[in-house]
Design a binder for this molecule. Structure first.
Ligand code: SF4
Length: 1019
């Protein structure tokens, strides 16, 4: 029986006579629907005769129209060639040999262009082209497409033409000539015979003119010492491959010391061959790439290093200059004795910015008759003179400079006392800057001329004496730029263009090679005589050095980071996002402090709940200049009493807001000396770092980075130092690599790609990371996304510290854990192992998709978006991917990257993929991924397929070692070797058989196609 219960919504309903009740009864909705709000005119609506049928018609039509409109893809206009250039085949890349030098970095290159766009930098491997590209040079192709470049000439900060500017400059030069006013050409080191000749001609026509060379990061002390002894202002081009014993005092020769590019020679001596490898001692204040690679690294203040250098000088030359005692003196003596024993196979290098120290370096290497030290073919890449630069600024302030023409320099940013330069500039009658960007200097000069990028320019270079390189344009100038050399030609009244000028000069340098041949090869090697040494007062230098006073307070050691170098490319998002190889921090500079000093000063680093790294702020004071809110990184291995601070950051003019990160350490670079006395106190607040690796140590997991020492390597069976993990199978211990859940395919047919990574040769330089970025259109995500661990790098260089002094001691400690609790318990023990030692050993390990033959990612993908290729590559079908991210969770190597956002054409990610100019760098052979899909290393499948198809088209087999990936091609140390293991002649096939070979996490049974080589230290 149904209930008679009455239900009501409001008391009003109980009143039968209420009009509201009546309304409610007849209407579905209590309130009137505001149709007038969306149909605007209520009157018209009530008188409308639209029937239900019409209504459905309209709805149907508009729904269909909206659906069709939504289906329309974005319109990309492509304009065909009206007259197709003969040399360009759409879809086929062209390569041009060129060389670059920007006053700091230099390299011999091949530039890959697609349909007229340079898109990738490769190393020129032809004989004679000896300088490979570092991370910054690889990234320089993106700087070509920098939307913040200076695009048009400015006169008095207003748009003008080059002709107008040229007339003003000529008038000023004529005025200077008449009045006897000083004309100064202020440039970076040029290393260009034609430019130097042009400058000589300019000075001949303008007798009051002079040329001043200014290197933002000075090598003046070394140049002064070399010039004093050898009569030539140059640097030694050390050949580290010829040294069996290397002793370095604060010379980061695997970084930017004296221009860098020593890594390939060094790596040759680091691969154990016939039981031998070089022995490397490193004494340094900051933790550097060279320190990380050393067999014995000793953290030491610069003051103590000066004493150590004199001690080494005493032992090598038999002198008896008295010195102060230093910490770790036993290691210094041991290093000196080994150096002496090595004789001509020994080498000593130093980065101490002191002429006396550099004189001792020359004396020691002369005494050793070091083969690695040769005065033939000296480096011409630094020529600056601190004295002459200081004199110029004094002259400017005295009002005695009439016309100042600058090229390739930005003193307002790079000078410690830039205010003095700015005040001097105001007294100069005409100031001109040829500059890529409207930077700190160009924005305040009377005339700013847009300089072309090196990929748009003609030039010649003499990077080392006797080796002639050509720079050729690979694209027409993107803007109305004018090269400094074209200006010089105009001012001396020479109507030739710079191309003709170089060509006319080239015959003196090409050693008989034709112009076309030199242009094709990029280099021509000629003969060069070595300079002979004159006598020098080495004993006096040693005495002065021994008496040098230690710093008051902390030693501040200024350095350049692998990412930004001297800061010229601060607007390059690839470089800003590049994690520092040592600290693993991107998008920042900071002061590095030792653990002991940090504890005393209460400076901290901590990992916060979201996994991000936070650090204290500090106030740094140097020479009375105070810099507040300097973020602090507590750096294992930093010498106690020293601080490190990177130059190249804190630029504010001529770059996007996102790139204006960090603080300008040049403010502390007084007297062009990288060593300053500093005081530091804790500030308030915490800095949020974008750090990509928060775990620091291996905690004794020797199966990730396998390390041993040379003695064990030479005397013990490989099973002992390259242990294979064992598992239990049918109650028997068997090697984990022999157990399989899956049936194996026959992989002996066709190509089977493998990538070999030698931990002995990898210096952590990161060239491979940027090359991968460029080749594979890897997006930049910015600082806040990196902090959320959403970096998109397909290839990362993990850096591990040991928790004891060595990785071997780590392993030993772990092996001796006994039970959970107590002194030897694993609970507390593992906790302790999380903290790196004060002076830990360091190892780098490049990790990318391991292309497992039994890939855990493939089995969990619900839509088969990731699957295995016949040639060993683990492939991603982006179109299939639905973004469940199961694969990333199941990957033991954590190499899969998820696109949280659309990174291209998105104002939230205003990097190169968000502007038309920046997008010109995109590689058309690789798609640009959208949001919601997983991406990762493909082993450059576009490159392997191209190699196969090229061989097929040419009717031949793929040549030995012809296969390359972007990373293997970029790696100048030979740490990465890619190839086909089915071709037994390929280098990779031989490396796969080496007794040092192991796979990462073998115990997981993934059977990767990437393998590593056990690191051997000569300890
Ligand atoms: S693998 Fe080669 S390119 Fe990459 S970081 Fe190591 S040395 Fe540099």
């Amino acid at each position: 029986m149904s209930s008679n219960k009455k239900y009501w919504k409001s008391v009003e309903e109980l009143n039968e006579n209420s009009s509201i009740v009546e309304t409610l009864r007849n209407n579905e909705f209590v309130e009137e629907i505001p149709t007038d709000e969306f149909l605007s005119d209520k009157e018209a609506l009530s008188s409308s005769s639209t029937t239900r049928r019409d209504f459905l018609k309209y709805v149907g039509f508009t729904t269909a129209a909206a659906t069709l409109a939504a289906c329309e893809g974005p319109v990309h206009k492509s304009i065909p060639y009206v007259l197709q250039p003969e040399q360009i085949i759409p879809g086929v890349a062209d390569f041009y040999a060129t060389s670059m030098f920007d006053g700091f970095d230099f390299a011999n290159l091949l530039v890959k262009t697609r349909e007229g766009r340079p898109i990738k930098i490769e190393n020129n491997t032809i004989a004679g082209a000896k300088f490979a590209a570092n991370a910054r040079v690889h990234a320089s192709v993106l700087s070509l497409y920098d939307s913040m470049r200076l695009k048009i000439t400015k006169v008095a900060q207003k748009d003008a033409t080059w002709q107008e500017a040229d007339l003003k400059i000529k008038a000023s030069l004529a005025d200077a000539k008449t009045k006897g006013g000083q004309v100064v050409l202020l440039t970076n080191t040029l290393a260009s015979p034609s430019t130097e000749k042009l400058i000589a001609e300019f000075i001949a026509k303008n007798p009051t003119a002079k040329h001043v060379i200014y290197d933002a990061v000075s090598e003046s002390a070394t140049l002064d010492a070399f010039e004093a002894v050898y009569g030539e202002r140059a640097l030694v081009d050390y050949d580290f491959s010829k040294a069996n014993t290397i002793v370095s005092l604060d010379a980061d020769f695997l970084g930017d010391w004296q221009g860098g590019s020593f890594d390939s020679g060094y790596a040759k001596g680091r691969i154990p061959q016939a039981g031998k490898m070089s022995k490397h001692y490193q004494f340094e204040a900051n933790m550097t790439l060279s320190g990380a690679a050393a067999d014995k690294r000793v953290p030491m203040t610069i003051a103590n290093q000066k004493q150590a250098l004199v001690k080494i000088y005493n032992i090598i030359t038999g002198s008896a200059v008295s010195t102060r005692k230093v910490d770790n003196e036993d290691v210094v003596i041991r290093a000196a004795q080994q150096l002496k024993a090595a004789g001509s196979k020994g080498l000593l290098v130093s980065g101490i910015q002191d002429k006396n120290a550099q004189l001792l370096v020359l004396a020691i290497n002369q005494a050793l008759a070091s083969e690695a030290f040769s005065t033939i073919g000296t480096r011409q890449i630094r020529k600056g003179s601190n004295e002459k630069v200081a004199q110029l600024f004094a002259d400017m302030n005295a009002g005695s400079v009439h016309t100042l023409i600058m090229s390739g320099v930005n003193p307002v940013y790079t000078l410690a006392d830039s205010a003095k330069f700015v005040s001097g500039l105001k007294k100069v009658k005409l100031s001109v800057a040829f500059s890529l960007r409207e930077d700190e200097t160009a924005s305040i000069t009377n005339i700013a001329v847009p300089a072309p990028h090196y990929l748009e320019s003609w030039n010649d270079l003499m990077l080392t004496k006797g080796t002639y390189s050509l720079t050729q344009p690979t694209i027409r100038p993107l803007f109305s730029s004018k090269q400094f050399q074209e200006g010089l030609l105009s001012w001396i009244g020479n109507s030739a263009d710079y191309y003709d000028y170089i060509k006319a000069n080239a015959v003196s340098y090409t050693n008989g090679a034709s112009w076309n041949q030199t242009l094709h090869d990029g280099v021509a090697v000629g003969a060069s005589n070595g300079a002979s040494a004159s006598s020098a007062d080495y004993a006096g230098a040693a005495n002065s050095l021994a008496q040098s006073k230690p710093a008051n307070g902390f030693e501040l050691v200024l350095y350049t980071k692998t990412g930004l170098g001297d800061g010229q490319q601060a607007n390059n998002p690839w470089l800003q996002e590049f994690p520092d190889p040592i600290t693993r921090v991107a998008w920042d500079n900071y002061v590095t402090v030792s653990k002991a000093d940090a504890d005393a000063l209460k400076l901290e680093n901590n990992i916060v709940a979201n996994g991000g790294l936070n650090g204290s702020y500090a106030t740094l004071t140097v020479n009375g200049i105070k810099l507040e809110n300097v973020p602090v990184i507590v750096q294992p291995g930093q010498a106690k009493g020293t601080l490190g601070f990177a130059l190249g950051y804190g630029k504010k003019v001529g770059l996007k807001e996102e790139m204006q990160v960090g603080l300008n350490a040049y403010a502390f670079y007084a007297g062009f000396n990288n060593l300053q006395s500093a005081s530091i106190v804790k500030g308030s607040g915490e800095h949020e770092f974008a750090c990509v690796q928060s775990q620091k140590t291996l905690m004794g997991r020797g199966d990730i980075i396998k390390e041993t020492n040379l003695t064990i390597f030479n005397t013990k069976d490989a099973k002992e130092w390259n242990t294979i993990p064992m598992v239990s199978l049918d109650h028997k211990e068997v090697p984990a690599t022999s157990v399989d859940l899956w049936d194996s395919f026959d992989r002996s047919i066709g190509h089977h790609f493998n990538l070999s990574i030698d931990l002995n040769a990898c210096t952590g330089c990161g060239a491979c990371v940027i090359a991968c970025h460029a080749e594979n259109n890897v997006p930049v995500v910015g600082k806040s996304e990196i902090r959320r661990s959403r970096d998109m790098h397909w290839l990362r260089i993990d850096r591990y510290y040991s928790s004891e002094d060595t990785f071997a001691e780590d392993n030993e400690k772990k092996e001796n854990f006994d039970g959970l609790f107590g002194k030897k318990g694993s609970l507390g023990g593992f906790g302790e192992m999380e903290s790196p030692a004060d002076n830990p050993q360091v190892s780098f390990q490049p990790v990318m998709c391991q292309h497992c033959n039994h890939a855990p990612c493939e089995t969990v993908c619900p839509v088969a978006a990731t699957s295995h290729g016949r040639q060993g590559q683990n492939q991603m079908a982006y179109n299939r991917c639905v973004g469940t991210r199961y694969c990333a969770n199941n990957c033991p190597y954590k190499v899969r990257r998820f696109n949280w956002f659309l990174y291209n054409g998105n104002d939230e990610f205003d990097f190169h993929m968000n502007d038309d100019l920046g997008r010109m760098v995109i590689n058309p052979d690789v798609n640009v991924r959208s949001r919601g899909v997983m991406e990762k290393c493909s082993m450059c499948i576009q490159k392997t397929q191209l190699t196969i198809l090229t061989a097929k088209r040419e009717g031949r087999e793929v040549a030995v070692n012809e296969f390359q990936t972007a990373c293997s091609a970029a790696c100048s140390t030979g740490a990465m070797v890619f190839g086909d293991v089915n071709n037994k002649e390929d280098q990779v096939a031989k490396l796969a058989e080496d007794k040092r070979m192991y796979h990462l996490l073998e115990s997981v049974g993934t059977k990767p196609n990437v393998f590593y080589h056990v690191k051997v230290r000569n300890t």
